[in-house]
Design a protein around this ligand. Structure first.
Ligand code: WQD
Length: 349
């Protein structure tokens, strides 16, 4: 199997997707990007192409559940492999709208899978989540820990993993590398690319950043009665740049062995909500006001990833820590108080 060179990136305008595009362009890949801009903006590509110093091959606004539209992209381009980021990722919203999450995340993945198969494309890097473990297992949690998702977002990821695994068992031509993220955070160190959230951020780091810049009055800390060192929930925050480097490495390993292979992707350092508040305050030199609120439905007390398998097999080693994430996220927020909203038009015609 030849090394892939043309990658179709779903959700390529999103937070992790856009940073992955820079990483892949920097390493010579040709990119075909599809995104429905439900939680992103095409303006991200002005930044992506500026950082990479070269254009994305093609950019399509479409919902991957629109199979005819997706098939037309595969008809037009010779895709070697797919990097699949597209999907909704808010735990709290998934609790309010489970049907929407199963439709978007599972329906989108099955539509993509069918279209890939129809076009003879059988190499996939899939963005899953450590959220599939739920409350189960040790800290840090390893890949062999049984999945026990506690919310529809996590369940949608787990369902996709199961259907991908079953297809790989039945069809030897497939290779699926499934990366279970902990909590990607931070931004590109240039300050040009970051987490440009539509509406009120659900995730902790972008919300804290908006408090620091003065767009939000204070942070609500969802729960201070968890069995953790300070009572607030613990997560394993991993720099988005380390995250996308792992994705680029995955492309180098698609030819290692067919079938589905699952890897945790995290830093392995558990940090509480108040740890993040303190680190962000230091990075931004801003006071971060907060109030304690009730626990958020669907949340778990602690998730920390054991990513030693990916290090052992691929040689991936994260090099950035929470202070780097806060520094870079603050630089992006400081330079882009309203995200990409006010930026020059795309340079490409
Ligand atoms: C982290 C902690 C909140 C906001 C994320 C992504 C998901 C997946 C897993 C990648 C929790 C608390 C948050 C706020 C708060 N990652 N919090 N006040 O829920 O772990 O899920 O990581 O695929 O896509 O969503 O991340 O940042 O929402 O929450 O107290 O205003 O911060 O309760 O304990 P979560 P999060």
């Amino acid at each position: 199997m030849n090394a892939p060179s043309t990658i179709l990136v779903t959700g390529g305008a999103g937070f992790i997707g856009s940073h992955a595009c820079v990483e892949l362009l920097d390493h010579g890949y040709e990119l075909i990007v599809v995104d429905n801009y439900s939680n992103s903006s095409p303006r991200a590509f002005t930044r992506v192409e500026r950082l990479a110093g070269r254009f994305v091959g093609a950019l399509y606004e479409l919902d991957i559940r629109d199979r005819p539209a997706l098939a037309a992209v595969f008809d037009r381009h010779s895709v070697d492999a797919v990097m699949h980021f597209a999907g909704d990722k808010s735990v709290s919203r998934s609790m309010r709208s489970p049907e929407e999450y199963y439709d978007n995340n599972v329906g989108g993945t099955t539509s993509l899978l069918r279209t890939m198969h129809d076009h003879g494309v059988h190499q996939l890097v899939y963005a899953s989540s450590c959220a599939v473990y739920g409350e189960s297992g040790p800290v840090p949690v390893g890949e062999s820990t049984p999945a026990q998702p506690t919310n529809p977002y996590a369940a949608s990821k787990w369902i996709c993993e199961q259907l991908l695994s079953d297809v790989c068992r039945r069809r030897p031509e497939y290779t699926v590398l499934c990366l279970r993220y902990s909590n990607p955070a931070g931004a590109h160190p240039s300050g040009l690319l970051g987490e440009d959230v539509r509406g009120v951020p659900d995730n902790l780091m972008p919300y804290v950043a908006q408090v620091a810049i003065g767009r939000r009055e204070r942070l609500r800390v969802f729960g201070a009665d968890y069995p953790t060192h300070d009572g607030t929930a613990v997560r394993d925050y991993v720099h988005v740049m380390d995250t996308v480097e792992a994705h680029r490495l995955a492309l180098d390993h698609l030819a290692d062995a067919p079938g589905m292979h699952v890897y945790n992707l995290g830093l392995g350092e558990g940090r509480s909500v108040l740890d993040v508040v303190a680190a962000f305050s230091t990075a931004s030199d801003k006071h971060i006001p907060y109030e304690v609120a009730p626990r958020r439905p669907g949340d778990v007390a602690e998730v920390v990833a054991d990513a030693s398998a990916m290090t052992r097999v691929w040689g991936w080693r994260p090099t950035r820590h929470l202070d780097d994430m806060c520094r870079d996220a603050w630089e992006f927020q400081r330079l882009n108080p309203h995200g990409y909203a006010r930026t020059a038009r795309r340079t490409k015609g």
